[in-house]
Ligand binder design. Structure first.
Ligand SMILES: *Cc1c(COP(=O)(O)O)cnc(C)c1O
Length: 485
């Protein structure tokens, strides 16, 4: 195959090309028919009404709130989409005085995490921001605190912007207040991937006493389990410790990574409108949240990755350059951003409306419930004492079901992502299925059939498994993190 794709001197004929592409498309569609293991919705219906826009180089260049001189753009649609998310995420609306700023990213939540850390760093270093015009000098560098279940992009991003993680700064300052004094252990989570609040508190207390500003990254929907930190509880409890951000005193930054779950969790509440804030423990829309990102493509199904980044405007590091060349503020990570993302998102959101979005969220949840139940039943039948086979408990409102990894053939057939979890003192390789709208009951039946076959869980040799060694950080309960270095 690779040979056929080589780009040579002569051009490929139309028929040759068609044959190559149609073969490839068939292969991809076979994969799609049993694609269960990643957080991306493969039900992608790109609407015909948007096709004409693909005949343009439609770019949102620079800040979406300024028209700029590049007029072939979709900034009006970008702003409409941002308004929707700002309402949903509590960054706008009648209940808050807050003004937000944000943009649709060129990448997914990785870029949202990057922007958050970049802005947090400069805010805490005392740079002028929209709301505080004066620069101030600061003594200590900020420290990044996040749990072991945090997405792997956070480590990369912290290196890119030169912000140190707690275990990099900690050893020079004193004894680690958690993990029996071991700075190299991750901040632990429970079996739902929620950070252990007492440990988090102790760590924050330590760095506050050392006068280091804190960058706290909290998770709403972790990659492997879909679990959430108890964000509302945590921020309410930490607030007295963190104190107050003022123009002279830059103390903390709170960022929420809501890549998958923030898209739909507001729709899964009963009895309240999606945009109304609650004080439930896992409510992610606490007034102290300063920035938030999400990856709508994961839940909604789009032909590309894209992301939403939102923040409280008054904390935005102000003086983004304003190149004469583009006639607007260069306030985004990438200069050019695809306008079609904005049109596509606007189209999906207006197609479904809040009623449709709610139905979608509920349909995912009910199939996740059903999948969990059926897997538990099957495992009970295959392994009555649950000695080898285990279905992990599912976090509240998660659309992800975790279970003991089957053999490589089944893993490949269903594109199952894996992670190591220590259960009963021994590392266990787990897989997960992520319920999104391309997942049908029939696909789940096929997975259950495959898992019920003799030998489905045969693994050659546990002790020789090199991947167990890859797991460099363990949770308190022995859970490994996704946060591999
Ligand atoms: C997927 C994911 C990301 C990164 O999103 P991309 O769209 O791949 O950049 C970040 N955080 C979490 C929790 C994720 O699941």
């Amino acid at each position: 195959m690779q040979q056929k794709l080589a780009i040579g001197e002569s051009c490929l004929s139309g028929t040759e090309k068609e044959a190559i592409l149609s073969d490839y498309f068939i292969t991809l569609n076979q994969q799609k028919a049993s694609f269960l293991g990643y957080q991306t919705n493969q039900r992608v219906d790109f609407p015909a009404r948007l096709l004409p826009f693909l005949s343009l180089n439609l770019l949102n260049l620079g800040d979406g709130f300024e028209e700029g001189s590049y007029r072939i753009n979709a900034k009006q649609f970008e702003r409409a989409v941002l308004d929707y998310y700002a309402q949903l995420f509590g960054f706008a609306g009648s209940h808050t005085q807050r003004q937000y700023w944000g943009y649709l990213t060129a990448m997914g939540s990785t870029e949202g995490n990057l922007y958050a850390l970049w802005n947090a760093r400069d805010f805490l270093r005392g740079y002028p921001v929209e709301g505080y015009a004066e620069a101030v000098t600061t003594e200590h560098p900020p420290v990044l605190i996040c749990s072991g279940a945090t997405h792997y992009s956070m480590h990369k991003v912290s290196q890119m912007v030169g912000v140190s993680l707690f275990h990099e700064i900690g050893p020079q300052l004193g004894t680690c207040p958690i993990n029996q004094g071991d700075w190299q252990q991750p901040l632990a989570v429970d079996e739902y991937d929620a950070v252990i609040v007492d440990d988090l508190y102790a760590l924050v207390e330590f760095f506050v006493a050392m006068q280091h500003p804190i960058i706290l990254v909290l998770n709403h929907g972790t990659t492997f389990s879909g679990g959430s930190d108890a964000i509302y509880t945590i921020l309410t409890r930490l607030k007295p410790l963190l104190g107050q951000n003022t123009p002279q005193q830059r103390r903390y930054w709170i960022h929420v990574d809501g890549a998958l779950a923030a898209n739909f969790s507001p729709y899964l509440r009963t009895g309240t409108a999606p945009s109304s804030l609650t004080d439930e423990p896992h409510e992610f829309r606490h007034p102290e949240v300063m920035s938030l990102c999400t990856s709508p493509y994961k839940w909604l199904g789009m032909p590309w990755a894209c992301g939403v980044y939102l923040m409280q405007e008054r904390y935005k590091v102000g003086s983004s350059a304003r190149p004469v060349y583009i006639g607007s503020r260069d306030s985004t990570v990438s200069g050019s951003r695809q306008g079609i993302f904005a049109l596509n998102l606007w189209d999906i959101l207006t197609q479904l409306g809040q009623t449709g979005l709610q139905q979608l969220a509920r349909a995912n949840e009910s199939l996740a419930n059903e999948t969990q139940r059926r897997l538990e039943q099957l495992f009970q039948h295959l392994d009555p004492g649950s000695k080898r086979l285990r279905v992990m408990p599912r976090p509240h409102h998660s659309n992800i079901v975790r279970f003991t990894a089957p053999n490589p053939t089944v893993i490949e057939q269903f594109s199952l992502a894996q992670n190591d979890v220590v259960s009963g003192g021994r590392p266990q390789r787990m897989c997960h299925v992520v319920i999104l709208s391309h997942v049908t009951q029939a696909m789940i039946e096929r997975l259950l059939d495959a898992l019920a076959q003799p030998g489905a869980f045969f693994t050659p040799s546990r002790s020789k498994n090199p991947l167990t060694d890859l797991c460099s950080m363990r949770h308190r309960d022995g859970f490994c993190t996704e946060y591999q270095r």
